[in-house]
Design a protein around this ligand. Structure first.
Ligand SMILES: [Zn+2]
Length: 148
């Protein structure tokens, strides 16, 4: 007995092709890249310092918790310590996230693909980059993304 294998017709989809990221747009020629390199390096340094400070705090809180005998049920300090540590961990995560954004922007600057909105392709005004040198989107696209 022969069993016919009827292969389902392969659907050719164009969706995959559409998902290919657009080539990186070049840094606007009039952008003061040397200035933004300096600004980014400064922010990267600050972000690293902030992370180091938070890590030091976490170590302190953790050591303090170790010094006091663990008695979660009767020790009201126990919950305070864990709340404090959770806050520090959230700060650490936020700090790391912004450091990554800054480092990413620094790479884009080196690659010559900086200061251009990744959504609409327009140049991001340097006044915005001055405040948020890690910005990936122009104000309009950033606002649109937040609304989603
Ligand atoms: Zn845009």
């Amino acid at each position: 007995m022969t069993r016919k294998t009827t292969a389902a017709p392969r659907k050719t989809s164009t969706a995959a092709a559409a998902r290919v990221p657009a080539p990186k747009r070049p840094t606007p020629a009039d952008l003061d890249t040397a200035h933004f390199a300096e600004l980014l390096d400064e922010r990267i340094g600050q972000a690293r310092e902030k992370i180091a400070a938070v890590v030091a705090d976490i170590r302190e809180v953790t050591l303090a918790a170790k010094d006091t005998p663990a008695d979660d049920e009767h020790d009201p300090e126990g919950s305070t310590v864990s709340v404090e540590r959770n806050n520090e961990m959230a700060l650490l995560a936020a700090g790391e996230e912004s450091l990554i954004e800054l480092l990413d922007a620094r790479v884009r600057l080196d690659e010559g693909a900086y200061g251009v909105c990744e959504m609409c392709g327009n140049a991001i005004p340097s006044e915005r980059l001055e405040i948020r040198p890690e910005a990936r989107f122009c104000v309009t696209c950033a606002a649109a993304a937040r609304r989603r």
